[in-house]
Design a protein around this ligand. Sequence first.
Ligand code: FES
Length: 146
Amino acid sequence: MTGDGSITSVADVPDDSTFLFTVRNTETDERKEAILVRLNDEHNDDEDAITGWLNYCQHFTHIKLDKGSGAPMRDGELVCANHGAYFESDTGRCTYGPCEGAYLTELDLEIEDGTVSLADDDYEFVATGPMETDDLDLSSKSNYEF
Ligand code: FES
C-alpha cells in the first residue's frame, strides 16, 4: 500500500475502548466503519500494540461494536452491547456469546513513528469517526459531498 493511509496517532487510541474510523472497500467502493483497539498487557508487552477490525458484530453483522462513543471492553476483550458477545482484541475471535468461534474482520495496520496507518489491500482510509449517513440526518441534507 501507499503510505498515505494515516489514521491517527498511537496516543489517540484509548486504553479501554476503541477508536472509530471509516474505510472504503477498494473493489466495491462500499464504505464501512472500523475500529482500532489497543492491546492490553495481558496480550502484549508492547504498549504500542494496536489491532484494527471492521466495526461489526459477527452475530448480526449490521450491528456496530462501537456505536459512536467507543465500544465497551471487559478484561481486554471487545464486548458487543447487543447480546453480550465477547471478542478477543488480538485475534478477533468471539470467545462468548451467540457467535462464539466466529472472527471479526481484521484490517492490516502499519505503526510507525507513533502513527497508525491502514496498510490493507482491500480497504482505504476515508476519515476518522463514523460513516456519513444520508438517511438519518435530514437537517444537513446536501447535494455536496467532500
Ligand atoms: S448483535 Fe452482537 S451479540 Fe448479537
